[in-house]
Write a protein that binds this ligand. Structure first.
Ligand code: FES
Length: 291
C-alpha cells in the first residue's frame, strides 16, 4: 500500500495534506450548517443539485466563469490593446456567472454529510481558492476600469492561479473521492431469481433491508405490492432501509431525497440520480428479486 501511495503525484499529496488539516473542521462545519439552512429542500435546491439535468450541475456551471476568465487572460497575453474592452467584458461576465456557480458548489458541499473529514476539509479549501479567484478578478476589473491596465492583468493572472488551485481540489473531490457521482453506478443485481425474505416478514407500509450476493437491497410493501431498490442512496450512499415511506416514494434518511418505488425515479432531490430498481416476485411465500 505504501508503495502505491508513494507513486502518487505531488499535487495529490497536497490535497491529502489539506484533507488532514483538522483546524479546518470548526469553520467548515459552521459554513456547511449555514448553507443547509439557507438552501432549503425544494425546487431551487433541486436545480442547484442538478435534478433536472440528471447529473450534478456544478461541473457544468463552472465552465462559464473559467471559460470567460481564461479567454480574458488569453486576450491579455496576445490580444493587444484593441482587445482590452473585450477582456473587461469577459471578466465581468465571469464574475456574474460565478455567483450561481458558487451557490451550486456550496449546496453540493453542504450535503456531503456525513462526510469523511477529508472531503469536508478539501471542499472548504476548494471554496476558499474560488473565493480568492472571485476577489482577484473583481480587483482586476476595478483596476482596468480605473485605467491601471498592467495591474489589472497582474491581478487577473493571480486569479487564474487561484482558479487552477480550486480546480485541482475540485477534481480531487469528484474523481478521487467520488463527491457528486452516482453512488450506485457500479452496482448490479443477481441475474437469476434469488430468494431474499419470507413474504410474511414484510408487513404493509414497511421497509426491510436485505443482502443479495453482498449487495444491500431495500424491500418495501405499498398497497400490497412488493418493491425492491438498491439500498445505497445514489446521492451520498445513505441506507434507504433506514428511511421511511411517503406515498409512493421511499425517503432517504440523510438528505431526504425521494425516490419512486415503482421505477426509482427522483421525485425530490438533492439526488440527481435515480435509484436502481430490481424485479420482484413472490414464490411459495418467499420474496425473490433479480436485476
Ligand atoms: S444520501 Fe443524500 S439523499 Fe440519500
Amino acid at each position: 500500500m505504501s508503495n502505491v501511495q508513494a507513486s502518487r503525484p505531488r499535487l495529490h499529496h497536497l490535497a491529502e495534506r489539506i484533507g488532514a488539516a483538522a483546524a479546518l473542521d470548526g469553520p467548515a462545519e459552521a459554513v456547511a450548517k449555514w448553507a443547509r439552512g439557507a438552501i432549503p429542500k425544494g425546487p431551487f435546491k433541486d436545480a442547484l443539485s442538478g435534478v433536472p439535468l440528471g447529473h450534478a450541475a456544478h461541473p457544468l456551471m463552472i465552465v462559464m466563469p473559467i471559460g470567460t476568465w481564461m479567454s480574458a487572460t488569453v486576450l491579455d497575453l496576445v490580444g493587444g490593446e484593441a482587445s482590452r474592452p473585450a477582456a473587461r467584458r469577459l471578466i465581468a461576465a465571469g464574475l456574474l456567472s460565478s455567483l450561481p456557480t458558487a451557490a451550486s458548489g456550496l449546496n453540493d458541499w453542504a450535503d456531503t454529510t456525513p462526510a469523511s473529514d477529508e472531503v469536508r476539509r478539501v471542499g472548504a479549501v476548494h471554496a476558499l481558492a474560488n473565493v480568492a479567484a472571485l476577489g482577484l478578478f473583481t480587483a482586476s476589473l476595478a483596476a482596468r476600469r480605473g485605467g491601471h491596465h498592467g495591474r489589472g492583468v497582474a491581478l487577473g493572472l493571480a486569479g487564474m492561479g487561484a482558479v487552477g488551485a480550486g480546480g485541482h481540489l475540485g477534481g480531487h473531490l469528484s474523481y478521487a473521492k467520488g463527491v457528486g457521482v452516482d453512488q450506485t453506478v457500479f452496482e448490479s443485481g443477481p441475474e437469476t431469481w434469488t430468494d431474499v425474505l419470507d413474504d410474511a416478514a414484510l408487513p404493509e407500509g414497511e421497509l426491510r433491508g436485505v443482502e443479495v450476493d453482498g449487495r444491500p437491497i431495500v424491500l418495501a410493501r405499498r398497497d400490497g405490492t412488493v418493491h425492491a431498490l438498491a439500498d445505497r442512496c445514489a446521492h451520498r450512499g445513505g441506507s434507504l432501509a433506514d428511511g421511511e415511506l411517503k406515498g409512493e416514494c421511499v425517503v432517504c434518511p440523510l438528505h431526504a431525497s425521494e425516490f419512486r418505488l415503482d421505477d426509482g425515479s427522483v421525485e425530490r432531490g438533492p439526488s440527481a440520480y435515480p435509484q436502481p430498481v430490481l424485479a420482484v416476485r413472490v414464490e411459495d411465500g418467499r420474496i425473490q428479486v433479480k436485476a
